[in-house]
Design a protein around this ligand. Sequence first.
Ligand code: FES
Length: 121
Amino acid sequence: MDEKIFLCPSNALDNSGLAVPFDVVYEGRTCSAFAIRYEGEVHAYLNRCVHIPMEMDYQPNKFFDTTGQWLLCATHGAVYSPSSGQCVEGPCRGQLIKITLSEADSNVYWHTNYNLKTIDF
Ligand code: FES
């Protein structure tokens, strides 16, 4: 059954600001993920570039470019839309793997699904 997992307080995510990292199990493997806020909406993706499956942040939790309009991959400069994860420029093809988020009572939650689970210790 799909679950809603607490991620962070809403005020931890500023528009075009630093991301909040979290870990998930995607298709049976532990992966890093990150949540951001863009134009008021929260979004989350696996921290895995579509070009080569590497983590993308160039400083810890820093994914936005200087304009605050695009997400960047540090390795070869792929550029992604913050709202869809679609690659718009650079060597990537396709889009980041999106994780469903919701916001309620000033908190942000991420949602599990059939291939996206929490890490069980
Ligand atoms: S690994 Fe991200 S652009 Fe090459």
